[in-house]
Design a protein around this ligand. Structure first.
Ligand code: CIR
Length: 253
């Protein structure tokens, strides 16, 4: 169960963030409306939500997930793989130090975006992506081992982050995109495989029995619903334009 979340509002510089999506510029007003709904959903799931102010120096800083891994036993500040995002960790460390006494960190030449970390109980699958490298993963695995947890790596190809294409809904249920469907690491899970058309819905978020899903992906939503999860659908169009999914918008712990 989670009790806290940290989110950061997008600022005017949001449209200058990194993106590979060909969906046009985001509308900041609409992004703020969608972000408020996201915040409300986290609160509805029972979380105490810390809302950080916009940070114009870092256009992608609303995607707080990438900057830290927060487990019940330890906090790890990442070392984001995109040069424009590295500085985001300074302010994130300040806020995380209000919740954790000991903070570990990933250091150069290790690179790691926490969007590449899929947590399943005490195990953490770490995507080797354009943002996260083997050295970053190895550093994280050593830290996890110190705290009685484990990690292993998964090579990914086209998707931005591991969690762009896979989400864990507890109870052995995985939502997974076609690129990752046949990875041997996922053989023993019950899988909801999302079609190419609904690929964006592979990034959804389990929070205290609820599942947040992006609005507009009816087949995936129905399959998740049929497993018995109460589903909360959220409009995400403006974040999708900047390559961000639902999980990227919060740190949950
Ligand atoms: C980036 O490219 O870093 C941001 N525009 C999107 C980050 C999305 N984060 C995530 O998938 N965890």
């Amino acid at each position: 169960m989670f009790s806290n979340a940290i989110i950061r509002k997008p600022g005017k510089s949001f449209e200058n963030g990194l993106t590979s999506a060909d969906l046009g510029a985001p509308d900041l007003e609409l992004a703020l409306v969608q972000h408020q709904s996201y915040q409300n959903a986290l609160a509805d799931c029972g979380l105490d939500v810390t809302v950080l102010p916009k940070d114009e120096d870092f256009p992608d800083s609303t995607f707080v997930e990438d900057t830290a891994l927060l487990t019940p036993d330890c906090a790890v500040i990442t070392n984001p793989g995109a040069p424009s995002r590295k500085g985001e960790i300074v302010k994130i460390r300040e806020i995380i130090s209000e919740f954790y006494s000991e903070i570990m960190e990933i250091k150069d030449p290790g690179r790691l975006d926490a969007g590449d970390i899929l947590t399943v109980g005490n195990h953490h699958y770490i995507g080797l992506s354009k943002r996260s490298n083997r050295e970053g993963a190895d550093q994280l695995i050593r830290i996890l081992n110190q705290f009685g947890m484990t990690g292993s790596v998964i090579e990914i190809d086209k998707i931005l982050h591991l969690k762009t294409g896979v989400s864990y809904l507890q109870n052995n249920n995985l939502v997974v995109c076609s690129e990752l469907e046949h990875k041997s690491e996922f053989n023993n899970f019950h899988k909801i495989v999302v079609s190419e058309k609904e690929a964006y819905a592979a990034n959804c978020v389990w929070i205290n029995e609820y599942v947040l899903v992006p609005a507009g992906y009816p087949t995936t939503t129905q399959k998740i619903s049929e497993l018995g999860y109460p589903v909360i659908e959220l409009e995400m169009s403006e974040f999708q334009k900047m390559d961000g999914g639902l999980s990227c918008l919060s740190l949950r712990f």
